[in-house]
Write a protein that binds this ligand. Structure first.
Ligand SMILES: Cc1cc2nc3c(=O)[nH]c(=O)nc-3n(C[C@H](O)[C@H](O)[C@H](O)COP(=O)(O)O)c2cc1C
Length: 215
């Protein structure tokens, strides 16, 4: 049997060179995201969100990217969750897109703020009824005695808001937008001579500077 800890994968022949990369890293990201979807990456919009808890402890978890444009990267969650509490204490985060099948990753860092209520409402309304019920019943990241208790709360919410009835968005549930300050594109290449291009800007509206990093 192959030992999964002893694998040495030699990454393919794709490259990321300065002459091919878009001047705007958001456009470059959008092109890679589209490529990941077209090439069959499972959940291409899944990203690992890294935050810092109030006491300085780092924590991470996967969330789904729901919008991206010049204003930043948007995801939705329960703002009373562990990540929500971390973001209240330290409104900065990293997002890691691990597109292993393509030998690519993108790493984004920046400041995080709530999206406005109208935007959260619009996204909430687009979610399936079951997801809205679940988000209403579950105070994410709080301990619970049993699965049965959770299912009982879900049943209560279902009774109050059956399919076809509008489920109001809980005030603790909503979106965050990360405004990028740093975006790194990593393309695996043979013999560990990977390509790494990093875009940085000093302020929100500043011009992007691109630099190559050693692999
Ligand atoms: C593929 C995948 C996608 C997920 N997407 C979300 C999401 O968009 N929002 C969310 O709150 N949790 C999402 N989760 C669950 C989170 O990873 C996490 O368990 C939850 O948000 C609680 O995290 P916290 O206790 O660190 O706040 C996702 C998990 C996986 C594996």
């Amino acid at each position: 049997m192959t030992d999964p800890l002893a694998r040495h994968t030699d990454y393919g022949n794709e490259s990321l060179v300065e002459s091919d990369v878009a001047d705007d890293p958001i456009a470059q990201f959008a092109a890679w995201l589209e490529d990941a979807a077209a090439r069959g990456v499972y959940e291409p919009n899944a990203m690992v969100l890294g935050t810092v808890d109030a006491d300085g402890t780092p924590s991470s978890r996967t969330v789904l990217l729901r919008a991206v444009d010049a204003d930043g990267f948007v995801f939705y969650t329960d703002r009373s969750s562990r990540k929500g509490r971390a973001l209240a204490a330290h409104p900065v985060a990293t997002l890691l897109f691990p597109w292993y099948a393509l030998h690519r990753q993108v790493n984004v860092t920046g400041e995080v703020a709530f999206v406005d209520d109208a935007e959260s409402d619009a996204y909430w309304a687009s979610r399936p009824h079951g997801s809205r019920v679940a988000a209403t019943a579950s105070a994410q990241s709080q301990p619970i005695g049993s699965r049965g208790e959770l299912e009982a709360w879900v049943a209560e919410v279902e009774t109050a808001y059956p399919e076809g009835r509008e489920v109001p968005r809980p005030s603790r549930w909503g979106g965050y937008r990360l405004r990028p300050r740093r975006i790194e594109f990593w393309q695996g290449r043979t013999s560990r001579l990977h390509d790494r291009l990093v875009f940085t800007r000093a302020a929100d509206e500043g011009a992007w500077k691109v630099e190559r990093l050693q692999p």
